[in-house]
Ligand binder design. Structure first.
Ligand SMILES: [Zn+2]
Length: 78
């Protein structure tokens, strides 16, 4: 089972919508930003926003080593 949904939330209002396609979530963020001037964010699956790339790596691997603070992946992301 692949968990690819994205939840769009906005810190400036009560916006919270879940999309099955990332493109849809992305366009929702863009339209909300244009309409309201807010800065909505999204979460991919159980991941926090802004860590999509690292999340992809960890998702593929899934080993405990990937979540180690000393891992090259995390260090590279700083
Ligand atoms: Zn908003």
């Amino acid at each position: 089972m692949v968990d690819t949904h994205a939840t769009v939330t906005c810190p400036d209002c009560d916006l919270e919508e879940t999309f099955e396609k990332l493109a849809a979530a992305r366009s929702r963020i863009e339209s909300h930003r244009v309409e309201t001037g807010h800065e909505p964010t999204w979460e991919l699956g159980r991941l926090d926003s802004g860590v999509e790339r690292a999340g992809d790596e960890a998702g593929v691997c899934g080993r405990p080593a990937c979540t180690d603070p000393d891992s090259p992946l995390l260090r590279d992301d700083l």
